[in-house]
Design a protein around this ligand. Structure first.
Ligand SMILES: [Zn+2]
Length: 440
């Protein structure tokens, strides 16, 4: 008896010193996956819905959270959900999961692949797939909700869980804010969110200062003077002007933005003309612009305007016919930047609770965007957005050996391994929330 007790005590003292994971939470989350989260993931995966149309997903998420004792509010910003658990004096902490799928036909070859279809925004029936892994996010949110409810004697404050519509169309977070959620349900002291990622092996997290870039949607409307294709001297050719603008725009990032600061200007569409021998009188360019600070954003947008207008002058257009630059303020998103103090705090918690080796170091090479900052930028709410690994490490080894590449997000081949992804999502969420939700 005594020997065993001593062993237990010794174990209890040694485990934290060894950086051993939170074994009790490990076991509970593992059991929970077998009991209900595995089945729940399959249901979400096989019932994906397009942005703004997440009706079944929201209803299932709402009923799961209601059964766990949360005070659930539905129909926010469209199909959005706010679920609250008030557990005494303490901070208000928000955790968000996005719910939407994509108009992609799943070709992953998985036995549980989605065959769902839905009528899209233009009235066409399309295949729908959770090709970005938001099914992992909602499943993990339910797991987190359950463990937080089971362990409410270990935390204090109010937990706010958010099911967000339409992340893929960067519209859902804004719509939920326009529904006045902070006034109605309280303004969070902290906010968190996660994304599963196929570029990271299962069992690992990324928690870096700048997870996503800001994005702007920009049109350049070009006026020309129409003419016969055989008489270019009597017109102003908007195709040539557009082409010069596309080329000249390349100098903005390469010559105006300081070289160690990130930025992208991509012309994604260029439309003009109707026929071989007609010089058109208009052209339209559509751009996406990426940046990571307000000043860089201003620099890039000013550069686009300067290039567009002066290219018009170069072609001899009068001042009232210069190309017009339209920035769609409602379609832009600010960069997702983590609060540095909160990030350090969460990284400390995850190192202690999930082990020293939990973080994956990945150099961020692209400038993807997210609409989560609509929750955190105005007013400023300290936030941490982190990534959870979703690909079997063996798949990376096969890829490195010349095998099939690991499919990217939004691909018909996209797949993640649900069990370890959901489980780590829950463990990282619960340990982070437990640390934030403490008595004042
Ligand atoms: Zn996504």
């Amino acid at each position: 008896m005594i020997g065993r007790l001593a062993l237990l005590l010794l174990g209890g003292m040694l485990l934290p010193l060894l950086g051993y994971a939170n074994a009790d939470l490990d076991q509970r989350v593992d059991a929970l996956y077998d009991e209900e989260l595995g089945e729940l993931f399959l249901w979400f995966h096989q019932n994906p819905e397009l942005s703004h149309m997440e009706h079944k997903t929201a209803a299932r998420l709402a009923s799961e959270l209601e059964q766990l004792g949360y005070d659930v509010h539905t129909g926010i910003g469209g199909t959005g959900i706010v679920a609250l658990m008030d557990n005494g004096d303490g901070p208000l902490v928000m955790f968000r999961a996005d719910m939407d799928g994509l108009p992609v036909q799943e070709k992953s070859g998985l036995p549980y692949a989605s065959t769902a279809k839905q009528v899209d925004w233009d009235g066409n029936e399309v295949y729908v797939m959770h090709a970005c892994g938001h099914d992992v996010h909602v499943t993990s949110l339910v797991g987190t909700a359950r463990i937080m409810a089971e362990r409410r004697d270990q935390w204090q404050g109010t937990l706010m869980l958010i099911g967000q519509p339409a992340e893929e169309r960067v519209g859902g977070a804004r719509l939920m804010r326009e529904d006045d959620i902070w006034t109605r349900f309280g303004q969070p002291d902290y906010a968190m969110a996660l994304h599963v990622t196929s570029t990271v092996p299962t069992g690992m997290l990324i928690a870096d200062p700048a997870p996503y870039s800001g994005a702007d949607t920009v049109d350049i409307l070009i006026k020309g003077v129409g003419a016969h294709g055989a008489s270019p001297h009597s017109g102003v050719d908007p195709v040539l002007l557009g082409a010069q603008i596309v080329v000249a725009l390349q100098s903005v990032v390469s010559r105006n933005l300081p070289p160690r600061r990130p930025g992208v200007i991509t012309v994604g569409s260029f439309h003009s003309g109707t026929k071989h021998n007609i010089i058109s009188d208009s052209a339209k360019l559509q751009l996406t612009v990426r940046s990571e600070s307000a000043s860089d954003r201003a620099l890039l947008l000013a550069g686009i305007k300067r290039v567009a207008e002066n290219s018009g002058r170069l072609m001899g257009l009068p001042e009232d016919m210069l190309p017009e630059v339209v920035v769609y303020e409602n379609e832009g998103v600010p960069p997702t930047l983590n609060d540095i103090a909160m990030l350090e705090r969460m990284r400390g918690v995850w190192t202690d609770q999930l082990g020293e080796g939990i973080f994956y170091n990945e150099e961020r090479l692209a400038m993807g965007a997210e609409d989560f900052p609509f929750f955190t930028v105005d007013p400023y709410i300290p936030s941490v957005y982190f990534a959870v690994g979703g690909t079997d490490p063996a798949d990376f080894e096969r890829q490195a050996a010349g095998g099939p590449p690991v499919p990217s997000h939004h691909s018909p081949l996209f797949k993640i391994v649900p069990e370890p992804s959901v489980e780590l999502g829950v463990k990282a969420s619960v340990t982070g929330l437990m640390d934030l939700l403490q008595a004042p």
